[in-house]
Design a protein around this ligand. Structure first.
Ligand code: SAM
Length: 236
């Protein structure tokens, strides 16, 4: 009996893949460094069967963390430097952000990082169940208009596969400066199988002890918006 490969889902992506022209140094980083940082066969063309990637082979059996939409990569590199006994995968479709990250990786000389330069939903397909110990969603695209709220990351389309790949008890951190994003996060994330760990206002007003402010957070602060730091634990 022959088994058919899974059908490729139609996934709309509403963000940006490219911004201003890359600097020559950034083009060099992309052509010289990116392939070696691949977490494995993520793209549909190279892995139409969606065979799970081998995280033990990738990081030598270390616990694995995931950052969704790492932007310029400052938080990703910071966590990799602080946690040499962890392997961290970052996913980001915006190629200018990926190029910025690669420059930071060269300067920081970290080797416990992998990069998927694309949509995290394609990465979720090929991550084994219960394989990720911690996930970060830092300043996800706010999509402020009501008719666009369904594009937000905190919707079942993203949260269900995230919940599947997280280990029971794994921590999921969300930072946002948009009050209505806090509302939707507190509604949707528990529904997907997580518990919000806040006991009082300090828990969401104060950054995490190991926090480094991201580019987007700096912009939010300059523009007078208030960060919220939400910590969840995967049930199980
Ligand atoms: C507002 S920016 C924040 C970037 C960074 N985390 C920071 O705090 O500076 C949101 C980022 O999420 C990325 N993003 C949006 N949808 C994504 C997806 N499906 N998979 C991975 N990243 C995504 C965007 O390309 C963008 O860089």
């Amino acid at each position: 009996m022959s088994t058919q490969p899974p059908e490729r889902p139609r996934r709309n992506f509403y963000g940006r893949f490219k911004g201003k022209t890359l600097k020559p140094s950034q083009k060099t980083y992309l052509s010289e460094d990116l392939a070696a940082l691949s977490p494995g066969a993520v793209d549909w063309d190279s892995n139409p069967d969606r065979t799970p990637i081998d995280l033990d082979a990738l990081f030598g059996g270390k616990p694995v963390w995931l950052e969704v939409g790492f932007g310029g990569g400052e938080h990703l590199v910071h966590q990799a430097q602080r946690n040499p006994d962890i392997g961290i995968i970052g996913a980001e479709p915006f190629i200018n952000g990926v190029a910025m990250l690669l420059g930071k990786i060269r300067r920081a000389k970290v080797s416990n990082l992998a990069v998927h330069p694309g949509d995290v939903r394609d990465l979720f397909d090929v991550l084994p169940d219960a394989s990720i110990s911690r996930a970060f969603l830092l300043y996800p695209d706010p999509w402020p208009k009501k008719r666009h709220h369904r594009r937000r990351f905190v919707t079942p389309e993203h949260l269900e596969p995230l919940a599947r790949v997280l280990k029971p008890g794994a921590i999921f951190r969300v930072a946002t400066d948009i009050p209505d994003y806090v509302r939707q996060t507190l509604e949707e994330v528990p529904r997907a199988g997580f518990e919000w760990l806040a006991e009082g206002p300090e828990d969401w007003r104060k950054p995490w002890d190991d926090w480094i402010s991201t580019r987007y957070e700096q912009k939010a602060l300059r523009e007078g918006r208030t960060p919220h730091y939400l910590t969840f634990r995967r049930n199980g």
